[in-house]
Design a protein around this ligand. Structure first.
Ligand code: HEC
Length: 93
């Protein structure tokens, strides 16, 4: 129970920090950079993320990624469109 509480608190801090930083953060130089800034603090490697993305056509995969990210923490909400692009390209198979 205590463990769960800690995890929830850590997540809340994480999300708040990104919201507060919002507008003054530097832009991403590439989709890969956007991923690094938005997700890599928790996911050093994207391999596991790519495996979790179902093999659908581009349009449906993009929708899946967008919907997943809507309910998932991200360090840089402003970079979500670029992160979506990055994951869409990397998960094409
Ligand atoms: C605050 C930390 C944090 C951030 C930031 C974060 N994630 Fe996660 N993510 C997690 C945790 C924790 C899990 C659960 C993984 C586990 O069970 O080990 C997870 C799981 C996932 C999964 C499911 C993978 C699986 O193993 O089933 C996907 C997909 C994913 N994250 C994508 C992303 C993307 C894309 C971003 C950037 C927009 C992101 N995450 C940013 C913490 C984070």
């Amino acid at each position: 129970m205590l463990k769960l509480l800690c995890a929830t608190t850590a997540l809340a801090i994480c999300v708040c920090a990104s919201a507060a930083g919002g507008q003054t953060l530097p832009p991403a130089s590439s989709p890969a950079d956007a991923y690094a800034r938005g997700c890599a603090s928790c996911h050093a490697s994207e391999q596991r993320i790519l495996r979790a993305i179902p093999s659908l056509d581009d349009e449906k995969r993009a929708a899946w990624i967008r919907q997943f990210m809507a309910g998932h923490p991200c360090e840089r909400d402003d970079l979500k469109p670029q992160i979506e692009q990055y994951l869409l390209e990397k998960s094409r198979r």
